[in-house]
Design a protein around this ligand. Structure first.
Ligand code: MN
Ligand code: MN
Length: 307
């Protein structure tokens, strides 16, 4: 290993990861109390993001509230009046950062007894994966543990969603932690690294597809745009989010009219200035559950920052 790589995490950096984790955990518990059938998803997302700031952090990405067959990437859009439905399965995925050091955590809340077993399967899969993770372990082995645990409950892991390594201002920094035994992945867990482990499972076919809707974007490459509002958007997201994902609704101060805002954002995607993250839906439209924690892998210990 090249000199210096092993000391990538200084005490100061570790402190920031731990602080982000503590806030994320507190906000997740706050979200658990808040999520109820009938509440507006817009209010939920905004309250959760506000709570992150009140606790001394910043959102590392828009609060995701993904219901039933929606697996991920749903956040309230500008003017969203939808509510948490009765008898639903609700995933809340929360990201917090301190100076770019990220904690990523998710929980699933069931308002339907028939989803409870699915929830237990995923929560157990996450627990087992967390018990197993340490430097040198093959990521495919973690995927195998997750897959076997979920299958033992009679469900399927979502095979095209995975956990990920995290770096400063970089939520998905290169290494994927599969949710199935992936024999093609030769990666191993490295020391002084940060990983998010996030099993997903379903009673359906076991993979997700991108839907038509997109409410989350990130800066890909700063491009020169002629349009004045496009330039304002690029300037603002670069300064405020530094490459981290942001929500359409976070730009309402620049363009308050949704149809216009979408037009400008879609144009920026077309010009390869922005990445977009379409809402991900289970391919057979069956319900999906997800649990997630972030871990700091140190030489002598593995710390779950979001516990
Ligand atoms: Mn997450
Ligand atoms: Mn994640």
């Amino acid at each position: 290993m090249p000199l210096g790589l092993e000391s990538m995490l200084t005490d100061e950096i570790i402190e920031k990861y731990l602080k982000a984790g503590k806030i994320a955990s507190k906000v997740r518990k706050y979200a658990l109390k808040m999520v109820k059938p009938g509440i507006r998803i817009y209010d939920l997302c905004e309250s959760i993001e506000k709570k992150i700031v009140e606790e001394g952090g910043l959102p590392a990405f828009p609060c995701n509230v993904s219901i039933n067959e929606i697996a991920a990437h749903y956040t309230a859009f500008l003017g969203d009046t939808s509510i948490i439905p009765d008898k639903s399965l609700v995933k809340v995925d929360i990201g917090v950062h301190i100076d770019g050091y990220i904690a990523d955590t998710a929980v699933t809340i069931s308002f339907n007894p028939k989803f409870e077993d699915l929830n237990i399967a995923v929560e157990t899969a996450l627990e087992r994966a967390l018990e197993f993770i340490r430097p040198g372990v093959k990521v495919s082995k973690i995927g195998e543990i997750i897959e076997n645990t979920i299958k033992a409950y009679g469900y399927k892991p979502i095979r095209n969603l995975s956990g990920h390594s995290i770096e400063r201002y970089n939520l998905h920094s290169g290494t994927s932690i599969p949710n199935v035994k992936d024999i093609f992945s030769l990666d191993r867990i490295k020391v002084n690294r940060v990983y998010a482990i996030e099993p997903f499972a379903t009673s359906g076919i076991g993979y997700v597809v991108g839907g038509k809707e997109t409410y989350i974007y990130s800066l890909k490459k700063e491009g020169k745009m002629k349009n004045e509002e496009s330039r304002r958007i690029i300037k603002e997201i670069k300064k405020k989010y530094n490459g981290l994902p942001f929500a359409e609704r976070w730009l309402k101060n620049i363009i308050s009219e949704r149809s216009k805002l979408i037009r400008v954002l879609k144009n920026l995607v077309k010009n390869k200035v922005l990445n977009c993250y379409p809402v991900l839906v289970e391919a057979s439209t069956n319900p999906v559950a997800q649990f997630e924690h972030t871990v700091l892998v140190l030489e002598k210990e593995v710390i779950i920052t979001t516990l």
